[in-house]
Design a binder for this molecule. Structure first.
Ligand code: ACO
Length: 325
């Protein structure tokens, strides 16, 4: 069977207009700009407008990615939406985006791996493309975490924001090679024993409610540094590469201190880490494509660069992927 490699042909993103600053938050809960900045690096986050949904955000990011790729909705065979905040329990929000962008072919589905969702979705789309089951795919991360936050809980509500990012993947003939554009390698992990450290306390089957995000911050922090460092080491080991071969690290943007802890442990120079956590907060599955879009637009990430993405999220789920842009 012929083999295809998945090339990122375009990146797009969207952030809701409304900005919520740390100062704004300090008027809502017992917190301060200083505490939030010092413990997380976050200065502000974007919040979806009333009635603006995950599908709306994802649609805007998808259209921007299509435009950047020079392709149309009708060229797409597949949409995978990584989200933990779907518009409805069903249908899949990916199908709503499919209709919004005017795509009347192919197939679309949601994938929930929380903050690791974009890496899971990218690896899944890559598998469909590799086997020739899709030629062009939209991989979207879109979230409205503002809808599942307990706005009276200062330990969680200061951390997250809303947003969406998307990439268009195009299949090119040939297996992935180190020097060629495309997804070179990915590594996915999960361990459900830790599900009670980061979860939402509601859902259709258990409570028939939407619920709120609950987190044991300290423990998540510890697992994040260990597991993320491990998954970066794993993809580098598997491919025979080292930290110095990688042009840009685009981590899931959870917390500046997690990014710094991982960088210190692996010897990653600060100047090669793309960070948007100060401006976006943690946008869960949207954070990696949002950061990639920022760095592609400001000229840091260029065609041919080797980019390493990584994340850890509720579950726990975690993983990393290596992409030649
Ligand atoms: N403002 C002011 N004080 C606060 C706030 C706040 N927003 N939140 C907590 N505090 C207080 C606590 O009540 C505590 O007070 P106490 O000592 O009187 O009991 C004190 O600050 C210290 O609390 P800790 O939880 O020990 O603070 P820590 O340094 O661990 O920082 C944080 C908390 C930022 C949540 C950190 O643990 C963290 O970043 N964890 C990772 C969580 C994360 O990123 N989750 C995102 C999802 S998973 C992912 O994306 C990787």
């Amino acid at each position: 069977m012929s083999r295809f490699r998945s090339v990122i042909a375009g990146i797009g993103s969207y952030l809701p207009e409304k900005i919520l600053t740390n100062k704004d938050l300090a008027s809502m809960v017992d917190t301060s700009d200083e505490w939030i900045k010092q413990r997380t690096g976050i200065k502000q986050r974007h919040i979806a407008a009333k009635g603006e949904t995950t599908a709306d955000l994802g649609t805007k990011a998808a259209n921007a990615a299509l435009k950047a790729a020079g392709l149309e909705a009708g060229d797409m065979d597949l949409i995978i939406l990584a989200t933990a905040t779907p518009d409805l329990t069903f249908p899949a929000t990916a199908t709503l985006i499919q209709a919004n962008i005017g795509m009347v072919r192919g197939f679309a589905f949601d994938l929930n791996a929380v903050c690791s969702g974009f890496i899971y979705a990218l690896a899944t789309a890559d598998s469909f493309i590799a086997r020739g089951q899709a030629r062009n795919a939209l991989v979207i991360g879109a979230e409205t975490f503002s809808r599942i936050l307990d706005w009276e809980d200062r330990t969680t509500c200061v951390l997250f924001g809303d947003g969406a990012g998307a990439v268009v993947l195009t299949g090119e003939p040939g297996a992935p090679g180190m020097g060629e554009r495309g997804i070179i390698h990915s590594y996915l992990r999960s361990d459900g024993r830790f599900s009670d450290l980061l979860y939402v306390d509601g859902g259709p089957s258990k409570t028939q409610t939407v619920g709120h995000l609950r987190m044991s911050g300290n423990q998540v922090f510890r697992h994040a540094i260990t597991n993320i460092s491990g998954s970066i080491a794993k993809v580098l080991d598997d491919t025979g590469l080292t930290v110095t071969d990688v042009d840009w690290f685009v981590p899931h943007q959870a917390n500046q201190r997690i990014l710094e802890g991982v960088s210190r442990r692996l010897g990653i120079p600060e100047g090669r880490v793309i960070t948007t956590v100060a401006e976006h907060g943690n946008t869960s599955a949207a954070s990696i494509p949002l950061a990639m879009d920022v760095a592609a637009k400001d000229g840091r990430i260029k065609t041919g660069d080797l980019v390493l993405i990584e994340a850890l999220g509720g579950g726990f789920t975690w993983g990393a992927a290596l992409v030649r842009m």
